[in-house]
Design a protein around this ligand. Sequence first.
Ligand SMILES: Nc1ncnc2c1ncn2[C@@H]1O[C@H](COP(=O)(O)OP(=O)(O)O)[C@@H](O)[C@H]1O
Ligand SMILES: [Mg+2]
Length: 371
Amino acid sequence: MASVTLSGALDALRTVVEPSSGKHLVRLGWIRGLTVSEEHVRFTLWMDDPLHPFAGKAADACREALARAFGQDLRVDVDQDGDMIDLGADLSIDGQEAAATPGAGITSIIAVASGKGGVGKSTVASNLAVALAQQGLDVGLVDVDIYGPSIPTMFGLETAKPRVNAQRRIIPLEKYGVKLLSMGFLVDPEKAVIWRGPMVTSAVRQFLSDTEWGNLDVLVMDLPPGTGDIQLTIVQTIPLAGAVIVSTPQRVALSDARKGVAMFDQVGVPVLGIVENMAYFEPEELPGKRYYLFGQGGAKALAGELDVPFLGEVPLVQAIRENADQGTPVVTDRQSAAGKVFSELAADLTRRIEERSALRPPTRKIDILHG
Ligand SMILES: Nc1ncnc2c1ncn2[C@@H]1O[C@H](COP(=O)(O)OP(=O)(O)O)[C@@H](O)[C@H]1O
Ligand SMILES: [Mg+2]
């Protein structure tokens, strides 16, 4: 029998597709608490709706997929989570519908963070969100950087105003296949500078909970830069599946990125990886010639030292800045050099997010309204 690896088991489980969404079970976050040893695979089938029409067939379909990949001798244990859930408690908390929590319907919330402002956090968040949507995921992007909300500009939506539905819930805007929302739509950044930490956190929590996101595979969250009180409280109270840290190669930026990793460690949020932005400059007329203006390999070395994944290098490219200013993230041109970089980053990130989701213990999401 072929020996089983975690990524091999996940690949096999990715062949099991839930018919109504057309998405595989790993992406849907139905696989939880996955453990893999040489001849044994075990996991919990976890779904928002235990009465889902595919619920009864999913376990057998998973067993078959694993047997196809690794042979009939493989031992597979599937726990159905039905017995673990107290349905009444889950569906209504203090009379609130479960849908009022930001976790409901959202498989993974991913924070994009940086130790320092101006390193390209919003640029990376926007392009990743669009690239994830291009790869078929249902994606939301939320800008909770109340001090410098730049997502509206990067999507050409400075003047747009989100609407509110009959249930008084905010309907996100939609562009390039991404549902998006910015605290900048609701909060005047000039007034927000004097907000205290608890005000920011409760505004962010309410903002997320009061939004009609629908079903999302990933919600990308553009955090305020830095690792202060406010950032710490946000990452503590929002049920994050992981964080991406953006840094430039300069020493100061790297030392701040290190603080970012430490912050997420402190609250137990896995760091999915570090992205090095403005890593090098490659002149258009000299393809292949790379100038490492701010030094070379710093973020990669830092990732190695801190034992977190290195997600890749984004070059310093005029088109990235121009497209951002014009409201079209560069990855909308998938054939462009910079577009390809973000597409690859997104594909890699998807696998990491899915892996994290499958390893997560099968517990209910945190209700941040009452948490
Ligand atoms: N790789 C890049 N190449 C060229 N310009 C970039 C790149 N990354 C970011 N920029 C530009 O740098 C500025 C700051 O980026 P931004 O994403 O707003 O940073 P942050 O959100 O970290 O403050 C913006 O004008 C943006 O267009
Ligand atoms: Mg920003």
